[in-house]
Design a protein around this ligand. Structure first.
Ligand code: AKG
Ligand code: FE2
Length: 293
């Protein structure tokens, strides 16, 4: 089966349309392979010391190494790539805010068996989200070339509306082969999993996922990035990490203060923004403004 793939001139609109129709797409060479080499270098010491997975899903010969915002300055560029953020915002637009959900390097070592096919959104307690509600916008960046032999991620095209706990055969999957610097983008609803690594080399990807602003993040961004590093980041990056309120009131601090301003030691309180909509007879604020205290 032909893979859904784009050149790196693709627009965010084309990305989200492909994800809506097929559940995934690949963008070839979205960044230069040197960007990947830099991230690999910055993360090498952490990958060396991170543990193998503790169960079959995580993989007994697969390592996951997180905290990319804190550990890799170059990874921050990937996390905040404008075309990706634009597509994430559009894909998750049923929610008034979206956020960084997790960052990790996945290293699949030689001999690793294929991972069970799964939907990433099952992370939220296997909750059966409605088809039209997108929870996640997920990325696997090829940190090494991705081949069928070295465990490139396998996906079941168009499986995103099949419902939870479905089973698929390997024959129903496609293999996301791509070069280093390319990226696989997929909805949290599509069935997928790492393939088997039949080679004698490690396969590595950078898994960066974004989620609806009101869902609990998988990777705890407030603790993963120590405050002294967080203080050096831009407001936009901090907001993406969750230093902002979702849906008006989720995440406020003390006396209805805005988290980013508390973190920056500014005295501001949240007030409803202009975007107030009527839902079930109630006025619901979909955004907020800040007022000096
Ligand atoms: O490593 C891969 O190819 C996919 C990993 C994955 O899907 C997961 O851990 O949720
Ligand atoms: Fe997954």
């Amino acid at each position: 089966m032909e893979l859904v793939r784009f050149a790196n001139t693709v627009s965010s609109e084309e990305i989200i349309n492909a994800v809506k129709e097929h559940g995934y797409c690949i963008i070839d060479n979205l960044v230069d392979s040197e960007v990947m080499d830099k991230i690999a270098e910055e993360m090498a010491e952490f990958i060396d010391t991170s543990p193998y997975g503790c169960d079959r899903f995580l993989g007994h010969t697969t390592k996951r190494t997180g905290s990319l915002v804190a550990r890799s300055e170059t990874a921050r560029e990937l996390i905040a790539l404008p075309v990706i953020l634009d597509a994430a915002q559009k894909h998750l637009s049923k929610s008034s805010t979206f956020q960084l959900n997790l960052t990790q390097i996945i290293s699949v070592y030689p001999g690793s068996p294929a991972q069970v096919l799964h939907q990433d959104q099952l992370t939220w307690d296997f909750f059966n989200f409605p088809d039209e509600f997108e929870t996640q916008f997920n990325l696997l960046w090829a940190l090494t070339d991705y081949t069928e032999e070295n465990s490139a991620t396998r996906l079941v095209p168009k499986s995103m509306y099949a419902g939870t706990r479905q089973k698929f055969t390997p024959e129903q999957t496609v293999c996301a082969e791509m070069k280093k610097g390319s990226v696989l983008i997929y909805t949290g609803k599509i069935y997928h999993g790492a393939g088997e690594n039949k080679t004698d080399k490690v396969r590595q990807s950078i898994n960066i996922t974004y989620s609806a602003g009101w869902l609990r993040q998988e990777e705890n961004q407030y603790l993963a990035t120590p405050p002294e590093i967080a203080a050096t980041l831009s407001d936009d990056m901090l907001k993406l990490m969750g230093y902002q309120c979702a849906c008006f009131a989720l995440g406020y601090v003390r006396d209805f203060e805005d988290p980013l301003n508390v973190f920056r030691n500014k005295q501001k309180r949240i007030v409803p923004g202009l975007n107030i909509v009527k839902e079930n007879g109630h006025d619901i604020a979909k955004s907020y403004a800040l007022e000096e205290i």
